[in-house]
Design a protein around this ligand. Structure first.
Ligand code: ZN
Ligand code: ZN
Length: 256
């Protein structure tokens, strides 16, 4: 795989290694197109800091550091600077404005919370048997896709739904059809494989395959040597084969 557009840095407070370590490992792994997509900075209006984003005060440093690395390694790798961001109906305009102003070039959607996270939102990841929870997640992801601002959907299968199977299939199909019709790829997330999480989900990608939704891969690197992990990539490739997925390879990056 010669691309990865899902890379974090220590600024999100749950990743390790220097920015340059990521670039070096990417080059070693044969990556030609590297996107940094750390968790988008946002301070909620009441001052609440959720603790997993780039602090607003470090956002400029993030952009500057990656820009410098882009210059330094320009003959070996093409670097793009962006964010992994949620679509929060209540705060989206503000988050987008900040990302643009600070110099972000692209966004991927990571819908980690529903109902705008704070103060009354919920973590997307579950587990949950609530149809309402799953429906809201899918509605919000589809609304995000319709903005045309997200280059792809990170871990689209984030919700660990334990309720009625028919409900899951219906909602997953709705998400996959939107992905196909709007041409926004769905990510096979390698962090899910590394961490033995409930995603990438077999049942989700079986639907993606049937529908023909475009699929890409993201390392979701939180340590530089995640970029060198061939084993997880092989598992992702097997998933692509198994469900006859419409694997597009490198995603088209939508500039914001
Ligand atoms: Zn994420
Ligand atoms: Zn991520």
């Amino acid at each position: 795989m010669d691309y990865n557009f899902h890379t974090h840095t220590t600024r999100c407070r749950h990743a390790t290694d220097s920015d340059e370590d990521y670039v070096k490992c990417a080059i070693e792994a044969g990556i030609k197109y590297l996107g940094f997509s750390d968790h988008a900075p946002f301070l909620f209006p009441d001052g609440y800091d959720d603790g997993y984003r780039v602090p607003v005060s470090e956002a400029a440093d993030y952009i500057e550091s990656i820009r410098n690395l882009r210059k330094k390694y320009k003959d070996q790798i093409k670097i793009t600077i962006g964010f992994e961001m949620e679509y929060y109906p209540r705060y989206f305009e503000e988050m987008l404005k900040f990302a643009r102003n600070i110099g972000a070039e692209y966004l991927i959607l990571g819908q980690h919370f529903i109902l705008s996270e704070h103060p009354d939102g919920k973590g997307s990841i579950g587990p949950t048997d609530s149809e309402e929870h799953l429906k809201t997640y899918v509605d919000e992801v589809i609304t995000a896709m319709k903005t045309g601002l997200f280059s792809y959907i990170a871990h689209p299968d984030l919700v660990c739904f334990t309720g009625d199977e028919d409900v899951y299939l219906r909602e997953a199909k709705r998400l996959c059809l939107a992905s196909r019709d709007l041409d926004i790829p769905l990510e096979i997330n390698l962090l899910g494989i590394r961490g033995s999480r409930h995603y990438p989900s077999d049942r989700f990608f079986s639907i993606a395959g049937k529908v023909g939704a475009p699929v890409t891969i993201g390392v979701d690197a939180h340590a530089s040597n995640d970029l060198l992990n061939k084993e997880t990539l092989n598992i992702a490739m097997k998933l692509i084969k198994k469900h006859n997925l419409n694997y597009i390879g490198i995603p088209k990056i939508r500039k914001i």
